[in-house]
Design a protein around this ligand. Structure first.
Ligand SMILES: [Zn+2]
Length: 312
């Protein structure tokens, strides 16, 4: 079971990571993806895998600029995008360098496999070669995001589009998948994807929407991140869509909590946590005849195919 979207750096998770990761592991979470949201967050994320708690669970990371945190002043955008491009290039180089150092330190591929197999038996895709095994064991930088378009915030939509396009361009040039945020913006996201030359893959995080909208994203090669929304009785449209996906496109579903945001049903008023991912699995199982364990296996394989942690 993999949490494909969890803001471990945000309060109150960030101040108590050892406990948060231990609880997640106890509940069966095998791996967590933490999207970047601001330049300050990239720094925190890049330090994750040198901390003592990195032995508890592999933490994958992404670099991006969340629309919610974009500066209000337009002239701050170009230098911010330059900083973003440099950070991505630096992260790719650093990841490759640390891999080659570690490769030299271990005698053979069997050594890597022994390390990695303990960390993530569900995501077989991560274990496909010796190169991937180091990053599988400790997590890696393997995506661009969180970026996207939000129709609910006082940030100029043209600025949001400009920043989104910069993310799509850089994802294309490094061959990395994107993590996309939406709120009242599916039509704008489709427009932006069409206007860009982006032909890569990605995930629509916290997907909610109709079956038609879901199909359009899948046709473009996107996965759909399914989280706490489907634990609510009232989320009929999204539940209908997810029921359709479970029957027809199980290969497109990723699990996520979006912790500490988006509390699950029955847990309102308290921060969301990665160990509550089991609520999402239970809700998915309830919408289908698929056993929880099979849902975990399918979605972990989907994660491995999309983010390919073995690439680095
Ligand atoms: Zn997020």
């Amino acid at each position: 079971m993999i949490d494909s979207h969890c803001h471990l750096n945000l309060a109150p998770l960030g101040s108590n990571l050892t406990e948060v990761l231990r609880k997640a592991k106890q509940n069966g979470v095998k791996r967590i993806m933490v999207p970047g949201i601001t330049p300050a967050s990239w720094k925190v994320l890049s330090s994750f895998n040198s901390q003592p708690y990195c032995d508890i669970l592999p933490i994958d990371t992404a670099i991006g600029l969340h629309p919610y945190f974009l500066p209000k002043e337009r002239d701050e955008i170009p230098p911010l995008l330059k900083q973003f491009e440099e950070a991505v290039a630096g992260a790719v180089v650093n990841t490759k360098e640390s891999l080659s150092v570690a490769e030299g330190a271990l005698p053979n591929s069997q050594g890597f496999l022994a390390v990695a197999q303990g960390c993530d038996p569900e995501a077989q895709g991560c274990l496909s070669n010796a190169q991937g095994c180091l990053s599988s064991a400790k997590g890696c930088f393997c995506a661009i995001g969180e970026t996207g378009l939000d129709g609910h915030i006082p940030v100029d939509m043209n600025v949001q589009k400009q920043v989104l396009h910069a993310h799509l361009d850089i994802a294309d040039s490094f061959g990395l998948p994107v993590i996309l945020h939406h709120r009242k913006s599916h039509h704008l996201l489709f427009e932006a994807l069409k206007a860009s030359s982006f032909e890569g893959r990605g995930v629509i995080h916290a997907f909610s929407g109709s079956t038609d909208v879901a199909k359009r994203y899948i046709d473009r090669g996107f996965c759909l991140g399914i989280g706490g929304t489907i634990t609510y009785e009232r989320a009929k449209k999204t539940k209908d869509t997810v029921t359709y996906l479970l029957r027809n496109h199980p290969e497109s579903i990723l699990l996520e909590t979006d912790a500490p945001d988006m509390p699950m049903s029955g847990r309102q008023g308290q921060p969301n946590m990665p160990h509550y991912l089991t609520d999402v699995v239970a809700a998915l199982s309830g919408l289908s005849e698929i056993e929880p364990n099979e849902i975990k296996t399918i979605t972990s394989a989907n994660y491995a195919r999309l983010f390919k942690p073995s690439l680095f």
